[in-house]
Write a protein that binds this ligand. Structure first.
Ligand SMILES: Nc1nc2c(c(=O)[nH]1)N[C@H]1C(S)=C(S)[C@@H](COP(=O)(O)O)O[C@H]1N2
Ligand SMILES: [Mo]
Length: 439
């Protein structure tokens, strides 16, 4: 039983102070030493197909048919079926120092397509969710600009609108797994990512309005929460594709996601997507904020730290089968997964069922969008044998998602950030699935 240094780094570097001495993560050896299994944290038990009530099955008339159903207006804001109550965000107890400075995870294994429903988007806050009163909300622009201006939400909504799908991934997604398989769940290993359609205004349009001075090279984006979270962003990125978003998936941003406005920094680490954004300061140097000096840097083997590691490299995961989605039937099955890249579009996803020896191309489903989650599927036959399931994404720059061994060779194991390595699910002969490390 060991508590790896990675765990305490995650807490410390994400600004928390949980006592991790009580955390024990077991690493069991399987398959002749080739496989290291994850700890048994919050593992759902293997579920069999639910028992049906024969009275409701054909040719009988089921109980919901002969009577009138609920009328309209029972739920002024609609909720999912009560039979879907297990489809929720979840947190990991030992990663939760306090609810205000914490993270929960998107249940990726329960979703289809590429859209994350608003109520299921993972949350990461450093100082809780502030209650911002929209009438009192202001976005202030200052520094190296011709006109320092303050915008209301209505002002922002009068700019031309853009509507774009983008993934947001926390740099620490998978950060617990640098040294080995740890969290036994697709939700925990990959769920610090969500993908919604943002509506908002291009920062390049706001820049035109305030007039950028030629010396302006960096922008400090600052949040209105108690953490006052701030990051420096190079002006090229600001002018390229950054947005101030006020809507997600068609409705106002959720409070957890930055209501009434957040910064969208497509393809770059989640920490830069400042929520409850209140100020943009234009300057000629990076601001060296806490979140880009002591935090959100990647400690290398030689003691140096990589700084400004903004882009989220191509990554993918198999959402089913997965630890939460065991295989329940022999014969024909459907493998499902998600792939994304901070450098552009996904061009190909390969899937292996034997730990990376043989690969086959998965089907990519439309729409395949720039810096957005992309859905892939692959039909496969299962006859009760052990499988080692992996997926490997490629993007339009030719970048190929690396193995963990290749990534460790380049970056060591000290960082908790930017782990985009190929992961492995071990499907056992009873259909149960476990997060493992092979090689
Ligand atoms: N103002 C503010 N913005 C913030 C944060 C925060 O704590 N305060 N957390 C950041 C981090 S670390 C991440 S990963 C993303 C998470 O966005 P989400 O809560 O919408 O998933 O928001 C970023 N923006
Ligand atoms: Mo994050």
């Amino acid at each position: 039983m060991t508590t790896s240094k990675t765990d305490s780094n995650l807490i410390a570097q994400e600004g928390q102070s949980a006592d991790l001495d009580t955390v024990a993560v077991s690493r069991r050896k399987l398959l002749g030493g080739a496989v290291l299994a994850a700890g048994s944290l919050a593992t759902p038990s293997l579920v069999s197909a639910a028992e049906s009530n024969p009275d409701n099955l054909p040719p009988n008339v089921p109980e919901w048919t002969p009577y009138l159903g609920e009328g309209v207006d029972v739920n002024p804001y609609g909720m999912p079926s009560e039979h879907e109550a297990h489809v929720i965000r979840r947190s990991v107890e030992w990663l939760t120092a306090s609810p205000e400075s914490s993270v929960n995870f998107t249940p990726l294994h329960e979703l289809d397509g590429i859209v994350t429903p608003n109520g299921l988007c993972f949350e990461r806050h450093h100082g809780g969710v502030p209650e911002v009163i929209p009438q009192d909300y202001r976005l202030m622009i200052n520094g190296l600009v011709d006109r320092e201006l303050i915008f209301t939400i209505d002002d922002l909504k009068r700019f031309p609108q853009v509507n774009r799908f983008h993934f947001l991934e926390c740099a620490a997604n998978g950060g617990m797994e640098w040294r080995g398989a740890q969290l036994n769940g697709c939700q925990y290993t990959f769920g610090m990512v969500h993908n919604v359609q943002y509506s908002g205004v291009r920062l390049s349009d706001i820049c035109r309005e305030v007039g950028i001075k030629p010396e302006a090279k960096w922008v400090l984006a600052e949040g209105g929460d108690s953490a006052g979270m701030n990051r420096s962003i190079p002006i090229e990125k600001i002018l390229d594709d950054c947005m101030i978003a006020y809507s997600m998936n068609g409705e106002a941003l959720r409070p957890e996601q930055g209501y009434p406005a957040r910064l969208v920094v497509p393809g770059w680490e989640g920490n830069m997507w400042v929520k409850w954004i209140r100020r943009l300061e234009f300057g000629d140097m990076p601001y060296m904020a806490r979140e880009e000096t002591s935090k959100y840097t990647d400690l290398m083997e030689d003691g140096n730290a990589r700084m400004f590691t903004w882009v989220m490299d191509a990554k993918s995961c198999v959402t089913s089968p997965s630890p939460e989605k065991p295989i329940l039937h022999k014969g024909q099955n459907l493998l499902k997964g998600l792939a994304w890249s901070g450098r552009g579009k996904i061009t190909r996803v390969d899937v292996s069922l034997d730990g990376g020896r043989n690969w086959q191309a998965a089907e990519l489903h439309d729409p395949v969008l720039d810096k957005s989650l992309t859905r892939f599927t692959l039909p496969f036959q299962w006859n009760g044998e052990d499988l080692l399931v992996q997926s490997r994404a490629m993007d339009e720059t030719g970048y190929v998602q690396p193995t963990i061994q290749a990534l460790q060779k380049e970056r060591g194991v000290n960082s908790i950030y930017h782990n985009n390595a190929i992961a492995t699910w071990h499907v056992k002969t009873n259909g149960e699935v476990e997060n493992v490390r092979i090689g």
